[in-house]
Design a protein around this ligand. Structure first.
Ligand SMILES: *[C@@H]1O[C@H](CO)[C@@H](O)[C@H](O)[C@H]1NC(C)=O
Length: 385
C-alpha cells in the first residue's frame, strides 16, 4: 500500500492539474460566450427599412443560385428537360429557398425572418406570377414601399435635385437616395458647396465649368482661404510664413535669413522650410554654429578646441595621443630588441625581425581599418616619437 506521504503527493498533483485545467476551460468558455454574444448582437441588429429589404432580396437571390441546378428526383433521362422546367418555378423550389432564407446574413437575421413573414404573400405572388420582373423593385419599392428607385427619396419617391443626369451636379450625394427617408438635400463632396453643390468651397477654385459640369480644385498650400486659380499666384491672401509677391504670388519667407542668427537661440542653428522654420541644437562640441556637426561651429564649447576646423574633445584628443605614442614606443622597443639579438645570432634575428615586421604591418592595417569605420580621428603621422 502507499504510505500517507505518497498519497498527499498524488492528491496535490491531481489538484494542481485540475485547477490548471479549470483555468483553460474558463478561458475557452469565455471565448465561446463572446463569440455567441457577438453572433446574437449581429443577428439582432436592426437595419434601416430599405436596407433590410435589400438584404432579404440578396439572400433570396443566393437561394435561387443555390437551387439553380436542382431538379425533381427520379424519372428517366427523356424527361430531364421537362423536369427542370417544371422545378424552376415550382413550390418545391420556393420552399427550398425559404428554408435557408436570411440565414446567410451577417447582420439583421432576426429582422429578416420577421420581414419574410410580413412579405410572404408578395414573395409568393412574385414567385408564381412575376418572375420576369425584378424582385427588388417589385418587393422593396412597389409592394412594401421601403425603398425608392435610384436618385429618388422620401415617402413619395420624389426625384433628387438635378435628376436625371445632374443629381447634386454630380458633386454630392442626395440625402435619402433610394429610400423612403431623407429630405433630398445635397450633401456635397469636399471642395463643393451650395444647395446644388455647384460652387466651390472655401480653399478651392473653379477649375472647369460648362453647362453640365463644375469642377473645383484645392488652392495652393500657401493660400489663406480663397484663390482664383491654381498655384501660389492664385492666392488672394497668404498664410502665415508666406509673403505676397507681385510677380510670383505667395512666397515662402526665409525666417533664418531675417536676423543675424535667425530667430533661434544662441546655441542653435536655423533651418528654413516651406511656410515655416525650425531651430535645431548645435553639436555639443560647439558654442554657436550654423549647421549640424562639430565642423560647423563658430567657436568651441568648454573642454573642446579647434583642430583642422573641427571642435575636438580635449580629453579624448590627449588620450588618443597617448595611445599612438605607446604604440610607436612598442614598435621602437621591438626593433631595438631585434638589433640586440642580431649581434648574437643573425639567424634568430632574421626570424624575429620578420615576425616584428609582420606584427607591425598587421596591427597598422587593423587600426586603419577600424579608423575608417569610426570616422575621422587623429592623423597617424601626427604623433611625435
Ligand atoms: C444614389 O444611389 C445609387 C445606388 O443606389 C447610386 O448609384 C447613385 O450614385 C446615388 N446618387 C446620389 C446622388 O447619391
Amino acid at each position: 500500500m502507499l504510505n500517507s506521504k505518497a498519497q498527499i503527493l498524488i492528491v496535490t498533483c491531481f489538484l494542481s492539474l485540475f485547477t490548471s485545467a479549470e483555468v483553460d476551460i474558463e478561458k475557452v468558455s469565455q471565448k465561446v460566450t463572446d463569440k455567441f454574444v457577438e453572433k446574437q448582437i449581429s443577428k439582432s441588429t436592426v437595419l434601416p427599412p430599405c436596407q433590410a429589404c435589400k438584404a432579404l432580396v440578396g439572400s433570396f437571390s443566393k437561394g435561387m443560385e443555390r437551387t439553380a441546378r436542382n431538379k425533381f428526383d427520379g424519372g428517366d433521362a427523356a424527361w430531364e428537360e421537362e423536369k427542370m422546367k417544371s422545378y424552376r418555378n415550382s413550390e418545391v423550389r420556393l420552399v427550398e429557398i425559404q428554408e435557408k432564407l436570411c440565414t446567410d446574413l451577417d447582420k439583421g437575421e432576426d429582422q429578416c425572418h420577421k420581414l419574410v413573414e410580413d412579405a410572404e404573400q408578395y414573395i409568393e405572388d412574385w414567385w408564381f406570377n412575376k418572375q420576369d420582373t425584378d424582385l427588388y423593385e417589385f418587393l422593396c419599392i412597389e409592394s412594401l414601399k421601403r425603398c425608392c428607385p435610384s436618385d429618388h427619396y422620401g415617402p413619395e419617391c420624389k426625384p433628387c435635385p438635378g435628376y436625371p443626369d445632374r443629381v447634386c451636379s454630380n458633386n454630392g450625394r442626395c440625402k435619402g437616395n433610394g429610400t423612403r427617408k431623407g429630405n433630398g438635400a445635397c450633401a456635397c463632396d469636399s471642395g463643393y458647396t451650395g444647395s446644388m453643390c455647384d460652387s466651390c468651397a472655401d480653399g478651392y477654385y473653379q477649375a472647369y465649368k460648362d453647362e453640365k459640369v463644375v469642377l473645383c480644385s484645392s488652392c495652393h498650400v500657401s493660400c489663406q482661404g480663397a484663390c482664383t486659380q491654381a498655384g501660389s499666384k492664385g492666392c488672394l491672401a497668404c498664410k502665415v510664413g508666406y509673403r505676397m509677391d507681385a510677380e510670383h504670388g505667395c512666397m515662402d519667407i526665409n525666417e533664418c535669413a531675417i536676423e543675424d542668427h535667425g530667430p533661434c537661440g544662441s546655441n542653435q542653428f536655423c533651418v528654413n522650410n516651406d511656410g515655416s522654420y525650425s531651430c535645431l541644437d548645435c553639436d555639443r562640441a560647439c558654442n554657436g554654429c550654423d549647421g549640424d556637426g562639430p565642423d560647423n561651429c563658430f567657436s568651441c564649447a568648454k573642454g573642446y578646441f579647434m583642430n583642422e576646423q573641427m571642435c575636438v574633445d580635449e580629453a579624448q584628443y590627449s588620450r588618443d595621443r597617448h595611445v599612438v605614442f605607446a604604440r610607436y614606443a612598442v614598435y621602437g622597443g621591438l626593433t631595438i630588441a631585434t638589433c640586440i639579438i642580431f649581434q648574437n645570432s643573425q639567424k634568430v634575428a632574421f626570424g624575429i625581425g620578420l615576425a616584428v615586421a609582420l606584427y607591425i604591418a598587421a596591427s597598422e592595417h587593423y587600426i586603419s581599418q577600424s579608423n575608417q569605420n569610426a570616422g575621422p580621428k587623429l592623423p597617424m603621422g601626427d604623433a611625435s616619437m
